[in-house]
Write a protein that binds this ligand. Structure first.
Ligand code: HXC
Length: 516
């Protein structure tokens, strides 16, 4: 055999070994838990045959005395590939090697693909499955985490960063996802916590298991930390591909356009009877959204957390948009602390990546209560103001019913810089609802009346006639047009077309100081 052939055979043997990660036994254990290996996951995530690995020969650099087994790749598979024909950089932690934990070289590999993603202006996707900082590497492991976090922050708003959690993400492994644009978790398979059940039991005495502490369900409904939850790893990786279809590759590109599957001029007569005549009767804003956007394109973000607010990606005339709305069938669409945080984060995500914002407004205002005031509703509500005022993407709003007080102002109102403000004839734009307003303004008049109840009712009806319609606001220029609900889709699509070349440079400054 020629010498060259021997070298090639040796290379092939080394490569094959690296593909086995922590060995057959650990791979079998991974499969027995219903989990895939890092390489199997990359196969599913990327377009077939497009993965190119980088730095597969790296191993840990601990000296021999402290050394643990050396595995090629050091517990993370990194490289680049394509999703729908667009380049992405990826890393997939290999739980079969030291539990996917992060040491110095493992961290170096992740930083390398993050840097290459930035340099080439393309997304970085992390598939995480990790016990956190690798104990054997001590402070080197902590330093490696800091290197990743710094990049997460510095590349934030420049290239999309998506984290898919496919196993435990303990300690440091939870913080990098928390700094990225989108977190995807898998039911009963992924966990995220800073300190695990054992530590909690020791410190606070609380007894809790991993699922109840930091499972997908908890982060989807209670903490609001995850953005979407999938039922399986396959579904999670597909979701990642779908989410990416709404994002441009970087902050100077526009999101990908796909030829509309739905007539841009389609009007929907059902919308005209969507809002009940009785202002106290709820209806479903989700149904409104579905009838306006290109059919079946809505991808809701955080659907199970702060459900009184709705955020998500969709397409209108084939163009990607971010939808923000209230859901009047949940807590009357009131804005509370969690809803404010949810809206703020989404508005900023869209603004970073040139995704126009369409806001549907139906809210009686901010949620009153001692708990909300003491919990900082002022601070949290201010974030919504900040995010909408700061956003320079095309902004279009549609007031469908209530836009009372703070809700009118913060939800993409005209003088926060919104480009087009529509209202339906059912819109009620006022400082507050009729009952509350009459009680405050006419308290003495009602008390002095011969029949206070009848006088109160008369004043409520009068207030409604005056303010519970959009004509008062439109007459003063606060609304650009009052439209029939059925016209909403073509009107928004035409507005988006007119705003496509919007130029709204922000004044130079280091950065703003959003209240947190
Ligand atoms: C080194 C670790 C490890 C760690 C797990 N392993 N965690 N090795 N450092 N932090 C190894 C195990 O020894 C085992 O090796 C393999 O990974 C799989 O672990 P198992 O425990 O057998 O698996 P499982 O039962 O599925 O449990 C997984 C786990 C658990 C939930 C992740 O291992 C665990 O709780 N680990 C500790 C998590 C933690 O507290 N991390 C925080 C670190 S501090 P073998 O050889 O048997 O395959 C941190 C601070 C950073 O991250 C701060 C930044 C701000």
């Amino acid at each position: 055999m020629a010498q060259d052939d021997r070298r090639i055979l040796e290379l092939r043997a080394i490569r094959e070994k690296s593909w086995q990660g922590g060995g057959t036994e650990r791979i079998n254990r991974q499969h027995a838990k219903g989990k895939l290996t890092a390489r199997e996951r990359l196969e599913l995530l990327l377009d077939p045959g497009t993965f190119n690995e980088l730095e597969p020969f790296i191993t840990h650099q601990l000296d021999e005395a402290n050394s643990v087994d050396r595995y090629l790749g050091d517990g993370v598979v990194t490289g680049y590939g394509q999703i729908d024909g667009r380049t992405v950089y990826v890393y997939a932690q290999d739980f079969t090697v030291y539990g996917g934990t992060l040491g110095e070289m493992h961290g170096h590999k992740i930083c390398r693909v993050m840097d290459l993603a930035l340099r080439n202006g393309v997304p970085i996707i992390g598939l995480l499955d990790s016990g956190g900082a690798r104990i054997q590497e001590g402070v080197k492991s902590l330093g490696a985490y800091a290197e990743i976090f710094r990049r997460n922050v510095q590349y934030s708003g420049v290239i999309p960063q998506i984290s898919v959690l496919l196993g435990p993400c303990a300690g440091g492994a939870a913080y990098s996802p928390a700094l990225t644009d989108i977190i995807i978790m898998v039911e009963k398979n992924s966990y995220m916590f800073l300190t695990g059940p054992e530590v909690i039991k020791t410190v606070t005495g609380e007894v809790v298991d991993a699922e109840a502490l930091g499972g997908a369900n908890v982060h989807a409904t209670v903490s609001g930390t995850t953005h979407v939850v999938a039922k399986s790893e396959h579904e999670a990786l597909n979701l990642c591909r779908r989410i990416l279809s709404f994002f441009p590759s970087n902050n100077v590109e526009n999101p990908p356009y796909s030829a509309p599957i739905d007539d841009p001029l389609r009007m929907d007569d059902e919308l005209n009877s969507m809002v009940p005549l009785d202002p106290g009767t709820p209806y479903y804003m989700h149904a409104v959204i579905e009838r306006v956007i290109d059919r079946d394109t809505f991808l809701e973000i955080q659907p199970d957390w702060a459900q009184n607010a709705v955020v998500g990606f969709a397409r209108l005339g084939g163009h990607c948009v971010g939808i923000v709305a209230q859901e009047p069938s949940i807590m009357a669409g009131v804005i509370d602390i969690d809803a404010a945080d949810k809206i703020t984060r989404f508005v900023r995500t869209c603004d970073c990546f040139n995704i126009p914002l369409i806001t549907f407004v139906d809210s009686p205002g901010f949620l009153p209560g001692v708990g909300q005031e003491h919990g900082g509703i002022i601070r949290h509500g201010a974030k919504v103001l900040y995010a909408y005022s700061e956003a320079t993407v095309p902004k279009i709003s549609v007031i469908t019913r209530k836009a009372y007080g703070g809700a009118y102002v913060v939800m993409s109102s005209k003088y926060l810089g919104t480009d087009v403000n529509y209202a339906w004839p059912s819109a009620e734009i006022a400082v507050m609802g009729a009952e509350g307003a009459v009680n405050i303004v006419y308290r003495n008049q009602i008390a002095a009346a011969a029949d206070p109840a009848a006088e109160r009712e008369r004043l409520i009806q009068e207030y409604r006639r005056q303010f519970s319609n959009p004509y008062h606001a439109a007459g003063a220029g606060y609304i650009d047009d009052i439209i029939e609900p059925r016209e909403t889709r073509p009107k928004i699509i035409a507005s988006l077309a007119a705003l496509r070349d919007k130029y709204a440079p922000a004044p130079p400054r280091k950065h703003g100081n959003i209240p947190v």
